[in-house]
Design a protein around this ligand. Structure first.
Ligand code: ATP
Ligand code: MG
Length: 458
């Protein structure tokens, strides 16, 4: 069995509004620290979220559902993203917004199914024959291009690389295709790498920790120099999601045995994933699990603005949660009693059908007080690198209290622009008042609509 490098299909969501959030900010006892990891207040919800994280880590949560419910701008999305941070990169976290299911090309349930499988991980352990060590030298050897008779210059004929471990060192002569990979992984002398003997796949593990003091500010992972021989057997762990396997194996050319199934991970293409394919993949995955080669890692599917889903989606979700392989599903909504989409005249709390609502654990988020808003606004200003006077932070908090936190936070950027125009260093109350007059928050806009209903089209 060979497992090649995976191209992960994880969705990359950069949500700028939440970039200050680094985690749930809990202490060792699981109690919320008032201001920590970018989060302020909302302590009960954060502690509840902490329990959810613990349960996921203990694998006690699969197939369960949690609902974050609270008014707009009370940190539901922020807390869900903090949960993702706490889980780390090994546990899959798949975020989506309810309205994503309405696409003209794909069925609603197919969108849900795909996201479900993005939230279920598989950890595959395998013993591989590798050459591992710290790179002390990489020397590419060139030769005249044989095809062009020298006209096209030189090509690489082979590359000589020396790997060092605590026990000794070894020099290898390698194929030019491996040199391509070495360049792609940006391997330099001083890095710790391994090369798979069977496939020639190169994996850079990090910089050797002898160099740890090189730079102070660097997003580098430092690893110790490997022990033992350069040529050895090594247990390699690979994390993939079921969706990674689905998409890598859509329209497979080879057989459906375990080996070719995983081999295709390296060649990615966009083709339709059929139910039949998913079933085949499940079969192989189950076989792996039975053999002890792989382990299931149920992750999190986060469905924000869940009230956008309709009854068909809810029914599907309810059933999917009962299946043997299910992630934990976290919903979020700011709706109170409202209509369930797709059913005539049915109202329900949070716009979710009663039977599904019955099985979720609900975490409430509460409106912030002025002090908490002021802290959050200050953190946001710092994250966006804006300077603002203490007095103006309080003024924004006051506005936030009357409108929403999000509205107040969103005023920061235009205020900053205006303060530059006004030739100021800091944002002052002048800018806040001016911008606040130019824009409307949802509530005051709604009020105007009611007052001037006759002037609008409806
Ligand atoms: N407790 C908090 N600490 C720090 N920042 C917060 C906190 N709560 C909310 N924020 C920030 O305030 C803004 C609004 O919060 P968020 O988007 O999470 O609200 P929400 O509850 O999801 O609202 P909606 O119902 O409208 O989706 C975001 O930028 C978020 O990061
Ligand atoms: Mg939200």
């Amino acid at each position: 069995m060979k497992i090649e490098e995976v191209k992960s299909t994880t969705k990359v969501h950069r949500i700028a509004a939440h970039s200050h959030i680094k985690g749930l900010g809990l202490d060792e006892r699981g109690e919320a620290i008032k201001i920590a990891a970018g989060l302020v207040g909302q302590t009960q919800a954060r502690e509840a979220a902490g329990l959810v994280v613990d349960m996921i880590k203990m694998k006690k949560m699969a197939g369960r559902a949690v609902l974050l419910a609270g008014p707009p701008g009370t940190g539901k999305t922020a807390i869900a993203l903090a949960i993702a941070q706490e889980l780390g990169s090994r546990v899959p976290f798949c975020p989506m917004v309810g309205s994503e299911v309405y696409s003209s090309e794909v069925k609603k349930t197919a969108v849900l199914m795909e996201n479900f499988r993005r939230a279920i991980g598989l950890r595959i352990k395998e013993v591989k024959e590798v050459y591992e060590g710290e790179v002390s030298e990489i020397i590419p050897h060139e030769m005249e291009n044989p095809i062009s008779g020298g006209g096209l210059g030189k090509t690489i004929s082979h590359v000589v690389i020396t790997l060092k471990t605590s026990k000794g060192s070894r020099t290898l002569k390698l194929d030019p295709t491996i040199y391509e990979q070495i360049k792609k992984e940006k391997v330099e002398p001083g890095d710790v790498i391994y090369i798979e003997a069977n496939t020639g796949a190169v994996k850079r593990q990090g910089r050797c920790d002898v160099f740890a003091a090189e730079f102070d500010l660097e997003a580098e992972q430092y690893v110790p120099i490997p022990k033992g021989d350069v040529h050895k057997k090594k247990e390699v762990i690979q994390d993939v999601t079921l969706h990674d396997l689905d998409s890598a194996n859509a329209q497979p050319k080879g057989g459906m045995d375990a080996m070719s199934l995983l081999n295709r991970l390296s060649k990615q293409k966009k083709t339709e994933i059929t139910d039949k394919l998913r079933q085949e993949i499940n079969k192989v995955v189950n076989k792996y699990i039975d053999q002890g080669v792989a382990e299931l890692v149920p992750g999190v599917l986060f469905i924000d603005e869940v009230h956008m889903l309709d009854i068909e989606c809810f029914t599907y979700l309810h059933r999917a949660l009962e299946s043997t392989i299910a992630p934990i599903v976290i919903f979020a909504t700011n709706r109170g009693i409202s209509k369930v989409r797709g059913i005539q005249d049915m109202k329900s709390p949070h716009g979710m059908p009663h039977d599904l609502l019955d099985r979720v654990m609900i975490i409430r988020t509460l409106p912030y007080g002025k002090d908490e808003m002021a802290h959050i606004i200050k953190i946001r200003a710092e994250t966006e690198n804006l300077s603002i006077s203490e007095e103006s932070v309080l003024r924004l908090a006051e506005i936030g209290e009357k409108t929403t936190l999000r509205y107040a936070v969103q005023l920061l950027t235009p205020c900053n622009l205006l303060s530059k125009v006004n030739g100021r260093e800091d944002i002052s109350n002048d800018e806040i008042e001016e911008v606040n007059e130019l824009f409307f928050d949802a509530k005051s806009s709604a009020k105007i609509l009611v007052e001037q209903a006759d002037k609008f089209m409806s």
